[in-house]
Design a protein around this ligand. Structure first.
Ligand SMILES: [Zn+2]
Length: 304
């Protein structure tokens, strides 16, 4: 009898999770455009992936030793175009689009921040192109890194598969790929009217952010500029083991955090907990204070 009650309770909790996971879709207006979070899931990160976090910093920022994290894709609708920032893990991106009434074949453009698996997962499933008409925007240093034979030759044989798979992906999208050189956030060129490609190198060689500007409002999609907001906001000098060039990643983060805080630009991140966006202010002492756009809390199952 108690077993049955336990199973019933467990199923109830799981179904609440499921409902919350669907609530992972939330839309915001940015000028005359709309931005919708297509959440691929919420999770908790640990201190084992942090680099340069002292015990004092951890005690102050994340005394419980863990912090909220997520995997996010953002849908932008601007001037009749359907566009994505990143393509997620590939687990739920297309399903999420459909929940929102859009098909992969409706997508006109995808702006890729960098080529890690949790940002490009839905581009091709089983080597079949998912987005038949989307222009794929990718920064030149990121593209060059994967196309450079030196990158390949410097890797041990058992780690070359990732580079070769990426080249296969480029080939799948060869007629849709637009490779661009990102600019500095204060004078980057528009890739299309309303969206600029911004250099944010360090996490990967060509990591890029995208600045959406519409009718005087703006939103900066900063990709993986941060992974652990709870500690990297008060201490931007904390890096992640996944950062390719940690020194450059820290410098880039310091520079861009200052710019968006000074200019009151709202930001959205690939690994910021629900709803994936918010605003930051400079602390008087050190670092920044981040506030989520809404306090729409939810408990989500681990999806990683
Ligand atoms: Zn990532």
């Amino acid at each position: 009898m108690w077993n049955k009650v336990f199973i019933f309770l467990l199923l109830s909790i799981l179904s609440v999770y499921h409902l919350n996971a669907q609530d992972g879709i939330i839309t915001f207006e940015v000028g005359s455009s709309t931005v919708t979070l297509l959440s691929e899931g919420q999770r908790t990160g640990g201190t084992n992936v942090l680099e340069g976090a002292t015990e004092e910093m951890i005690k102050q920022a994340i005394p419980e030793g863990a912090y909220p994290s997520a995997t996010n894709v953002f849908l932008i609708e601007l001037a009749g175009k359907v566009m994505l920032i990143d393509a997620g893990l590939g687990k739920k991106t297309i399903e999420n689009l459909e929940l929102f009434g859009k098909k992969a074949s409706d997508v006109d453009a995808i702006f890729i921040t960098h080529l890690h698996g949790d940002h490009i997962g839905s581009l091709a499933l089983d080597n079949v192109k998912s987005y038949p008409k989307a222009t794929i925007y990718l920064s030149k240093p990121e593209y060059d890194y994967y196309m450079n034979d030196e990158t390949l030759n410097n890797l041990p044989e058992n780690r070359r598969g990732g580079i070769l798979n990426m080249r296969k992906l480029f080939d799948i999208y060869k007629n849709q790929l637009t490779v661009f050189t990102p600019g500095e956030i204060d004078n980057a060129n528009a890739l299309i009217p309303g969206i600029k490609g911004v250099a944010a190198y360090g996490h990967t060689p060509g990591h890029a952010g995208y600045l959406l500007e519409s009718d005087g409002s703006s939103l900066f999609f900063w990709g993986d500029l941060t992974h652990a907001m709870a500690i990297q906001m008060p201490f931007p000098e904390v890096a992640l083991v996944y950062d390719t060039d940690k020194t450059q990643a820290i410098e880039t983060r310091q520079k861009l955090l200052k710019y968006v805080a000074d200019n009151n630009i709202r930001i959205a991140g690939a690994h910021i907990q629900f709803p994936g966006m918010g605003d930051l202010k400079k602390n008087t002492s050190h670092g920044y204070k981040f506030t989520l756009t809404c306090s729409c809390e939810g408990q989500y199952p681990d999806t990683k």
